[in-house]
Design a protein around this ligand. Structure first.
Ligand SMILES: [Cu+2]
Length: 149
């Protein structure tokens, strides 16, 4: 009942409406510095009040973007493509090193720390959601910023 009402409200909001509440929140999106033609990885935290599913992504700076996860295979962690990433209602999902991530193949140009990489995330319900990956240093293990540990 509540979910139905929620969807009905969003369905009535004009697509270009500046006051539309985002159905999915993208927080602390980041990637690492990389060279031209390299493969990059994108990380972020996703939240959705009603629940949603990340289906894919594109970026003008990558030839192709895939959804990946890491799975343990004996003593080795291997990357594997996944069809989608489930965002449970009210529960944050964090894409992070060693876990779920976006794989950015064929970077069009080098990425330097401090710049931002535009990316469009495609969700089952929310549709296309634009975000910016903040470029961290090459060896970074987290989104960076001040006062975070
Ligand atoms: Cu990967």
């Amino acid at each position: 009942m509540t979910r139905r009402l929620f969807l009905a409200l969003f369905a009535s909001v004009p697509v270009a409406g500046a006051l539309a509440q985002p159905a999915v929140l993208v927080e602390e999106a980041w990637t690492r510095a990389a060279g031209q033609g390299a493969t990059g990885a994108g990380y972020m935290t996703l939240r959705s009040g009603a629940g949603d599913r990340l289906l894919g992504a594109t970026s003008p700076l990558a030839q192709r973007v895939e959804l990946h996860t890491h799975l343990r295979d004996g003593d080795v962690m291997r990357m594997r493509p996944v069809e989608s990433v489930e965002v449970q209602p009210g529960t944050a999902v964090t894409l992070r090193p060693g876990g779920l991530h976006l794989m950015l193949y064929g970077l069009a140009r080098p990425l330097s720390p401090g710049e931002q990489v535009p990316i469009t995330l495609r969700f089952e319900r929310a549709g296309e959601v634009p975000a910016q990956l903040h470029v961290q240093a090459a060896g970074a293990r987290g989104p960076g910023g001040h006062g975070r540990h």
